[in-house]
Write a protein that binds this ligand. Structure first.
Ligand code: M6R
Length: 364
């Protein structure tokens, strides 16, 4: 049921504070400031490599998480889209943990990849939202996202709950591998616990984001860029916009700007820059200046500290509340969902059921 919302997507965007909190509550002992061992039955001290496979938005969750596993747990991560992974000459080391991420748990390519690893004798884990799905049945370790049924074809709450689950998993990996002390882990857990409130704060900016969507809606191309985990968020933002509004959108690593995408920049092209005030911020601002110098229309998604430094380089800024850097990908995703949602409404497209798309891609 849509309740008071116009679309399932709007309802699902607004459910995020609640479902992220529910998902985190499953993996985190908030009182103790630690990860709950009982809900993550993986000992990462026995894992020397993680292999993440998924499609679409779920793949972008993996792309964010690679940064977390490397930084917090010094755990090497292989990552691929399932349609590529399944046809590669796969290598299945015994000390590798394959991890498959899927909202539906039925995506054909992801399931085929899972089965290939299983046939090779690997113990494997899956992050799924549908607990009765085929992938949940076939995996050795099932890590549920507790987002509840997602009806909108464009994934929103499933993605942020995947991020919440992956973040908890990365903290656990850090502790298991002796990279994080209990105190370090508590710092990350405390940051994670702030995510639902931070996401709720972003939702209060909805009217402002709707106004900014009017810049994007008439465009025929939009660019999204960021660095580090924000690159993955930019890719997800571009996917959301193209799915919902049918505007051509391309996401890329901000550092790639001069290697090609800058040729597309002119005063008709909105460039959405995901720029939290993190250790890569000044690099991203340099890229913004290069775009501004060529007349590009920058919409910066940043936080209060970032906004101060960006100043007039951006035509528009969506200024999010300051949040721990660790949870920035979760927080920065929300305005991109809303931009895509409102651009679609302005363009009159079918928000919950965009043309040519299926909720669950069960044939390749
Ligand atoms: O059910 P899954 O998470 O395996 O689905 C993967 C993709 O098909 C899915 O994320 C798709 O990209 C969405 N339409 C994105 O909004």
């Amino acid at each position: 049921e849509k309740g008071n919302y116009r679309h399932f997507m709007a309802k699902e965007i607004h459910e995020q504070p609640e479902v992220i909190a529910r998902t985190l509550g499953h993996y985190i002992d908030v009182g103790a400031g630690s990860i709950r061992d009982d809900t993550i039955p993986v000992d990462f001290s026995e894992v020397s490599r993680l292999s993440i496979t998924a499609c679409g938005t779920a793949y972008y969750a993996g792309l964010v998480a690679r940064h977390w596993f490397e930084r917090l747990a010094r755990l090497p991560v292989d990552l691929d889209v399932a349609s590529e992974f399944r046809y590669r000459a796969q290598i299945h080391p015994a000390d590798e943990l394959p991890l498959f991420i899927s909202q539906s748990g039925e995506t054909a390519d992801t399931l085929a990849s899972l089965r290939a690893c299983k046939a090779a004798g690997q113990r494997l884990a899956t992050i799924v939202n549908v607990p009765t799905s085929t992938m949940a049945r076939e995996a050795n370790v099932v890590l549920p996202t507790l987002a509840g049924p997602e009806i909108g074809v464009a994934s929103t709450k499933a993605f942020t709950c995947q991020l919440a689950t992956l973040a908890a998993l990365a903290v656990k990996a850090g502790v298991d591998r002796g990279v994080l002390t209990r105190d370090n882990a508590r710092g990350f857990v405390d940051g994670l616990v702030e995510a639902p409130r931070a996401v709720a704060d972003v939702l209060h900016l909805e009217a402002e984001i709707e106004r900014i969507a009017r810049i994007i809606a008439p465009a025929s191309t939009a660019l999204f860029m960021g660095r580090g985990p924000s690159m993955a968020v930019a890719l997800e933002g571009a996917l959301k916009l193209k799915e919902l509004s049918y505007i051509h959108a391309e996401g890329f690593a901000a550092g790639e700007l001069k290697h090609g995408p800058i040729a597309l920049v002119d005063d008709t092209v909105p460039v959405i820059v995901v720029a939290p005030f993190d250790d890569l911020f000044t690099k991203t601002v340099s890229n913004m200046e290069e775009i501004a110098a060529r007349g590009g229309r920058i919409i910066a998604v940043t936080d209060a500290r970032g906004a101060h430094a960006i100043g007039t380089t951006a035509e528009e800024m969506i200024v999010l509340p300051d949040a721990p850097a660790f949870i920035a990908p979760l927080v920065m995703t929300i305005p991109l969902q809303l931009l895509a949602y409102y651009a679609a409404i302005i363009n009159g497209t079918d928000v919950d059921q965009p043309r040519n798309l299926a909720k669950s891609v069960t044939v390749e």
